[in-house]
Design a protein around this ligand. Structure first.
Ligand code: ATP
Ligand code: MG
Length: 417
């Protein structure tokens, strides 16, 4: 006889909706099933692409999300998340509808859900997410995880080197740099030290814009309507973090042909492949995180200094653990040698303070294979832990107490491990 599975027996749905991209999939998997722009657009179903129609379920919706929304020529795409925070709940809900039913193709009543939130997310936002999830999606259980804490889980699960003790696993400093924002978040024993968080509103999009600007100023033959896309491809494929800006300029000046790359892209207007040259932007774009004053008069502190400042504003007995486990998360930490540069610059700041004869403080920056979608992967790991059920707020609790059950975010302490 057929017996229905309990929600706890099915994999939880994990959704990390970032400013730029939503990573969505199922707990227990190593990769998200979809990485789609967090974008939504509205158009008549007749205007939809073949891919949209073929992946569509029976629902006759005129909402497009992700790449389909961004590439739609019929209407403008809306971005419901801004600098990590949901700004338009109606658009967010429409996005989730499509994500759940048309992409993940699940019945939301059958799966527990894990959503993620940025540090210092207002409690009202958490309540709003809970209201939509329980009332519109009828989810059986919901867990809203703090992105930094999930990134810490991810680093531990993915790395072969890291703090061995259960306590050490949940202590570390997370550098999360995505599309819209760069945060430095110290976490001690699973609790975010909120007062010490540092952030700058400079991240992947600004880096892309810098690549675009430098190429335009040089007169590279990239059509205006493609320039942002091409700049993003170039940034992701050819950019790297350098050790010394002056030396790097010298290298390019001496032997440009050795360091420049040729990038080819498809131009729909020309109906052919076109090529452009990639030069100093290869190292200048990532440098923005180390020299934000290149583009901003308001945010001028280099990222390694923000890391040092964040840790220095934490209680003294936590600092060793925080320097010893600096964890990278998000697409904009993916540049070659990014971790090495952070490690070197933070170590310099620490060493400069070191009293003669005092015990040296070890700085360790952990890079790992899941870094691009570390927050999502942390959610995936969390969803398979036996303790996960205890962290979920249930529909019964929601019906009894209302959205305020999600007012406080779950803390994943070492007792869970
Ligand atoms: N290999 C790569 N190298 C450099 N940048 C990359 C790479 N892959 C993705 N990115 C950039 O990372 C950014 C997206 O990262 P991520 O998905 O972590 O951001 P998000 O979660 O959407 O945003 P946020 O965390 O700011 O809300 C984009 O700007 C993208 O261009
Ligand atoms: Mg993110």
């Amino acid at each position: 006889m057929f017996t229905a599975l309990e929600p706890s027996q099915r994999p939880a749905v994990v959704m990390d909706c970032g400013t730029g991209f939503t990573k969505m999939g199922f707990a227990g998997n190593v990769q998200p099933s979809f990485i789609e722009p967090t974008a939504v657009s509205f158009e008549s179903s007749r205007g939809r692409s073949k891919a949209a129609v073929s992946s569509a379920s029976a629902s006759d919706t005129d909402v497009l999300i992700g790449h389909e929304a961004v590439s739609s020529t019929a209407s403008d795409a809306h971005y419901p998340v801004c600098h990590g925070l949901v700004q338009n709940w109606d658009h967010m809900e429409r996005f989730w509808q499509e994500a759940v039913h048309r992409y993940l193709r699940v019945d939301s009543e059958d799966h527990n859900f894990i959503l993620t939130e940025p540090p210092l997310n207002p409690p009202e936002n958490r309540e709003m997410a809970a209201e939509i999830m329980f009332e519109t999606f009828n989810v059986p259980g919901l867990c809203i995880g703090i992105q930094a804490v999930l990134a810490l889980h991810a680093a531990f699960a993915a790395a072969d080197r890291g703090p061995k003790s259960a306590r050490g696993r949940m202590t570390g400093t997370v550098i999360d740099s995505g599309a819209g924002c760069t945060h430095v978040i110290p976490v001690s024993d699973g609790f975010v030290i909120g007062s010490a968080i540092q952030s700058i509103p400079i991240a992947g999009r600004d880096l892309t814009k810098l690549v675009q600007r430098l190429m335009r100023e040089r007169g590279e033959p990239v059509p205006g309507d493609l320039s942002m896309d091409v700049a993003q491809q170039i940034k992701e494929r050819y950019c790297y973090t350098c050790g010394d800006l002056v030396k790097e300029f010298g290298k390019y000046d001496a032997q440009l042909e050795k360091h420049a790359k040729s990038h080819s892209f498809w131009s729909p207007r020309a109906g052919a492949q076109q090529a452009c040259s990639v030069q100093h932007e290869r190292f200048l774009a990532p440098e923005l995180l180390f020299r934000p004053d290149f583009v901003s008069a308001d945010y001028t502190t280099p990222l390694p200094q923000l890391v040092d400042r964040a840790i220095q504003s934490c209680p003294i007995d936590t600092r060793r653990g925080l320097y010893g486990n600096i964890v990278l998360s998000g697409g904009s930490t993916m540049f070659k040698d990014f971790g090495r540069r952070i490690q070197r610059d933070v170590s310099r700041a620490v060493d400069a303070r070191q009293a003669p004869g005092g015990k040296a403080v070890e700085v360790h920056v952990a890079s790992h294979a899941m870094q691009r979608y570390a927050v999502w992967f942390g959610g995936s790991v969390l969803g398979t832990m036996p303790q996960f059920e205890g962290l979920c707020k249930t529909r019964a609790e929601y019906e009894e107490y209302g959205p305020s059950i999600c007012r406080n975010s779950a803390a994943f302490t070492d007792e869970l491990l």
